[in-house]
Design a protein around this ligand. Sequence first.
Ligand code: ASP
Length: 335
Amino acid sequence: MKRIAIIHTGGTFAMQADEAGHLSPGDYSIDYVQNALPKLFDAILVQTRLFNLDSSFFRPDHWVAMAEEISCSYDEYDGFVLVHGTDSMAYTACALSFFLKNLGKPVVLTGSQLPLIAKRSDAFGNLVSAVEVALYSGCNEVVVQFANTVYRGNRVKKKDAWDFDAFYSPNYRNLAKLGITMERFVERYLPMPQKPFSLDTRHDPAVHLAPIFPGYDYITLTSAVESGRIRGLVIEAYGSGNVPSDDPGLARLFAAAAERAIPIIVCSQSPIGKVDLGLYKAASDAAYYGLVSAVDMTREATIVKLMAALGRSQKIEEIKAFMQTPIAGEMESGG
Ligand code: ASP
C-alpha cells in the first residue's frame, strides 16, 4: 500500500479568529483530518506538524527545515503533501524545487483561502485533492495543487487573495486538472531523474529586489550595494526587460554592482512573457554591465534561484551560468 506523508506547516488552513477577530494559527485540526481523510484513500497517510505559522513568517530557514523533513524520510514515502499558507507558497515551492535535487516523487503544496472550520471552506477539498495528486498524478516534482488545478510549483504566483482560485502559472501550462476525474498532462511533467535524489539547501539570502519605475532615485540602493550588504540584485524591469539606460543613477547602480562582481538578474514587471535584453536599444545599452535575463521566470523564482546560486558559488560566471540554466523546469531553456 502506498504511503503519503502530510506535513503541516500552517496557513489559513488551521487558523481561527482570535478575540479581536484576527485570523491566527489555531489548533491544527489533526483529529478531524486524521479521522476523516484516511477513510477516503486506500493508502497509509502519516501526518506530522512541522510548523503552524502564517506563511508570511517564513524565512529561508523554514524552507531548509521543510526540505530536510522531506529528505530524511524520502525513502519511507511515495509522496509528500505540505499544508502551507498561500502568501509565501510560491517562494517555498521554488526553494523546495531547487533544494530537492533529482526528485523522483511528488511533493504537493496546498492550503486554503478559508480555515477548515469555516463554512464553505476550501480546506478539506484542497487537501483531499493534494493527496489524490500525490498518489495518482505520477509526477516527480514540486507542485502546487489549488482549486482543482495542479501547477509546477516554481512557476506559480498568488493572483487572488479573495477567490478560492488563488494561483496561476503565467508562463507554463498546468500539469493536471481535477474534474470528475484527474486529467494529467504528462507531456508537461519533468522527466524522471537519472541520478539519485539528494538534498542541497545551500543558499545566501543577501538578495535585493528593485522595481524600475519613472522617477526612481537609485542612490539608496547604490549605497547599499557599495556597503557590501547585497550580494545579488534582481531588477524588475519593464515589459521585455527594458530599463532607462540613459539614467545616470541607474548606470551608477549597475557599475557599482559590476565592480563588486554582484550579479544583476533582470526579470519583468509583466508576469506573462519573457525577458529579452536584446529587443530594445534601451536595455541592450545596459548589457555592458553584464545583466542576465531571467527569461520567463517569475519574480519569486528569480529571487529564490539567485539565493540558491549565491549559496552554491561565489564566482560570478558560475552564478550567471546557474541562473541561465533550467534547474527544475522553472524557466524555458535558451536564456
Ligand atoms: N496569511 C495566510 C498564510 O499565508 C494566508 C493563507 O494561508 O491563505 O499563512
